[in-house]
Design a protein around this ligand. Structure first.
Ligand code: SF4
Length: 358
């Protein structure tokens, strides 16, 4: 089912959802949940385990979900290297160039047609908004990501809808932002919630950030982060986090990353592994390169670094076939964007060059 055309209540009550839940309750490893099984099998905490523990006292309600994790559209002002056209509208031109390798004759305007509805997918979607309003009483957790949620009207509709419903005092809300937008009104909106997690995604320091998170400027993001830190620090129910997504591009520099954010005093996490594609997944690097990363990170004291290394050292069944996925994808993206991995990450580039020369 597809939330742009199907009513969300119908999705909730659908046979396919019931079948899926029944399979999980029978202990079946449904393929859609492989991301969690894969982590659990190598002793890394999965998001399923995290939320089952975090929300262990929540009683289910049969008529609606109590937790909604929502991507309220793909409008974004960044085109991060770890992202794609399914999640960011800024990726369209680059993704088109990738697709031209296999479909060289499709004009850009034709290619764009399949994505255009996703940019405005939830704009003025009365059915969706009414369903959310009707569900507010039993909701306990909203998880909003993007696109960039602070550029998408539905994000504000959800935050304000919850605040106006009178039920926000029972609700937790989590917002993931790329840090390019500073909104001084957010702190006020957060006042009514039971608790708030405000997570700012930053994947590298200085020029590395600008290369990784194409379209963002590190200094501006840090200035916005500082403003949010000041706005929110007196609100005990609000937690501000910096969130790093380790990928084959930035994992070698996690030590530098930790050193920088340790000095800020702002909490940060390094366990948001990208798992969608081998070129983004730190498990898909040659074993000898992974070992070099593990050696370099051995003195990092962040509490999540051991799990990061354990996850990275996991061996997917198709590793041999796809271990250069990152190198190939990133080289192509450098050509398209006229950027240089070697210039921005000279030390890490040299590690790959040495491996490739063997
Ligand atoms: S900010 Fe988020 S949605 Fe936008 S390109 Fe980066 S990862 Fe994708």
């Amino acid at each position: 089912m597809y939330t742009v055309k199907d009513n969300l209540s119908d999705v909730w009550n659908s046979k396919s959802r019931h079948d899926w839940v029944a399979a999980l309750e029978r202990g079946e490893r449904v393929p859609e949940c492989q991301e969690c099984w894969g982590k659990e099998d190598i002793g890394v905490e999965s998001i399923r385990q995290f939320f089952n523990q975090h929300l262990s006292d929540v009683e289910p309600v049969t008529t609606q979900p109590r937790i909604i994790s929502i991507k309220p559209g793909i409008m974004c002002n960044n085109a991060c290297r770890s992202c794609n056209e399914q999640t960011s509208s800024m990726w369209f031109k680059d993704a088109y160039e990738f697709d031209r390798e296999t479909h060289p004759d499709v004009p850009f305007k034709t290619w764009l047609q399949k994505w255009q509805p996703h940019v405005t997918i939830y704009k003025d979607n009365a059915s969706l908004e009414q369903t959310f309003d009707a569900w507010q009483e039993h909701m306990i957790f909203w998880d909003i990501y993007g696109g960039e949620p602070l550029t998408i009207p539905l994000s504000y509709r959800i935050i304000q809808g919850a605040a106006d419903s009178g039920f926000a005092s029972n609700q937790e809300i989590q917002i993931h932002t790329n840090g390019t937008v500073y909104d001084p009104a957010l702190a006020k909106m957060f006042e009514k919630f039971r608790s708030v997690i405000f997570a700012v995604s930053i994947d590298g320091i200085g020029a590395k950030n600008d290369y990784l998170r194409h379209g963002s400027e590190f200094d501006k993001v840090i200035a916005n982060l500082t403003q949010y830190h000041n706005d929110l620090k007196s609100m005990k129910h609000v937690q501000l986090y910096v969130r790093c997504t380790p990928t084959p591009l930035n994992v070698y520099g996690i030590d530098e990353y930790c050193e920088y954010f340790d000095k800020t005093g702002i909490r940060y996490t390094i366990n948001n592994y990208a798992v969608d594609e081998p070129h983004n997944n730190i498990q898909y690097m040659p074993e000898s390169i992974k070992q070099k990363v593990a050696d370099k990170l051995q003195n990092v004291t962040h509490p999540q670094v051991d799990q990061l290394i354990r996850y990275m050292m996991g061996t997917p069944a198709d590793l041999a076939e796809k271990q250069l996925a990152f190198w190939k994808h990133n080289t192509k993206l450098d050509q398209i964007r006229k950027q240089s991995f070697a210039d921005v990450f000279p030390e890490w580039h040299a590690v790959w060059q040495e491996y490739l020369a063997e």
